[in-house]
Design a protein around this ligand. Structure first.
Ligand SMILES: [Zn+2]
Length: 393
């Protein structure tokens, strides 16, 4: 099907029809590349690999040779459809019913990509094919590895850009940020996320002779109770209080008359800007050590991290976006830091970053769908935002 460059709905449909479940490219990046090259963007396709992870394709497209470089970041990969029989409409058919477009990725986030590309092409069309005459650049950083391990995606494209000496000056991540209506929330930061593994070591033995064994289970229970009850802070102006969630407790044992040799718990910490990755690890380690000393537990504690906390202080970028949302929808968007992590966690080390996209009510669900009207409204918001960004640059 031919893509009309000025219609976000047709473009979203074409993208949904590319079956790009992570790590499959599914034709989605090629479709965008063809469209953007036709509009004068210089496109770079990058495939990154890493032992133990699937190869992933990425696309960086830029028009304009000067700064400021306004970047839109997103992903064409989608989560699997799950039980396809449960879908009212086939997940990759991109059908429209009752004013809504159905399909995997309609909201997360092929819809937003279609809106931004449409908005950018409209803006360029109205400005002689270049951002603000000849100043400034518009770029798109589109990965195929956001829903997967996120190793061969945005982080590596950013590294590639840095090595080329290419700078992003501001970035809009098109993740679905709204809760109930389009325009109700802009994300200006994300909490940090840290995973921990706590293993308590004991001594295996017969349950009838507990004095010659050392049962790690009650000790682990005491320690995770302390962790779960840890008051890390009271929250900040922009963030909810930090918390520890114990998510897995496991003991390698199947016999009720055997005291196991060790017991293990996994937990996840979501922390705000009162902490850093380093300070939160220290706090957790100190809590475990204090609890272990009281009960004489031998333990090991290891951390693996996903994203560190970040906040883009309200400034020109956030204001320009808030203003565009207000002009187009009449809503004053709440500046939020709630929710999980996104690729903004990598971008924040390179330039100010905000996230704004569609209503996230159906993401990752059966019958993911977006209102056609929202696709049109979001396109207008993005176009307004691009115009204001360069007008004030
Ligand atoms: Zn997403």
């Amino acid at each position: 099907m031919r893509t009309t460059t000025t219609d976000p709905v047709a473009l979203a449909q074409s993208l949904i029809r590319c079956e790009s479940v992570t790590p499959q490219e599914g034709g989605a990046l090629t479709l965008l590349q063809t469209l953007l090259e036709g509009a004068g963007f210089a496109c770079h396709r990058m495939t990154f690999s890493e032992p133990g992870t699937p190869d992933v394709e990425n696309l960086y497209a830029r028009i304009g040779a000067h700064g400021p470089n306004l970047c839109f970041a997103g992903h064409t990969d989608v989560v699997p459809p799950g039980d396809e029989v449960a879908w009212t409409m086939a997940p990759f058919a991109a059908e429209i019913r009752d004013g809504a477009l159905y399909g995997r990725g309609a909201v997360d986030m092929k819809g937003e990509i279609a809106c931004f590309v449409t908005a950018a092409l409209k803006y360029l069309g109205a400005n002689g094919g270049k951002p603000q005459g000849s100043k400034g650049s518009i770029s798109l950083l589109i990965t195929g590895d956001e829903e997967g391990p996120s190793i061969n995606g945005t982080a590596k494209v950013l590294e590639w850009l840095k090595q080329r000496g290419e700078k992003l000056d501001a970035c809009l991540v098109g993740e679905p940020s709204c809760r109930k209506v389009l325009g109700d929330e802009i994300k200006i930061g994300r909490r940090g996320s840290l995973n921990g593994e706590l293993v308590v070591k004991g001594r295996q033995g017969h349950s009838a002779y507990p004095h010659i064994a050392d049962n790690p289970i009650p000790k682990l229970a005491r320690m995770i109770e302390r962790l779960a009850g840890l008051k890390l802070d009271r929250g900040t102006e922009r963030f909810e209080p930090s918390h520890v969630a114990v998510t897995v407790v496991s003991v390698p044992n199947t016999a009720s008359n055997v005291i196991p040799g060790q017991a293990r718990a996994l937990f996840n910490v979501r922390y705000n800007d009162t902490h850093t990755r380093g300070s939160i690890e220290k706090t957790i380690a100190a809590c475990c050590k204090a609890a272990a000393e009281e009960i004489g537990a031998k333990f090991s504690l290891t951390f693996s991290g996903t994203g560190d906390v970040f906040l883009t202080e309200p400034g020109r970028l956030v204001e320009a976006l808030g203003e565009a949302v207000r002009e187009v929808t009449g809503h004053t968007a709440k500046l939020s830091t709630s929710g999980g992590t996104s690729d903004a966690r990598f971008i924040k080390d390179h330039c100010p970053v905000v996230e704004f996209g569609l209503v996230n009510a159906t993401i990752h669900q059966v019958d993911e769908h977006v209102a056609i009207a929202d696709l049109q409204t979001l396109t207008r918001i993005y176009e307004r935002f691009i115009t204001d960004f360069f007008a004030k640059a």
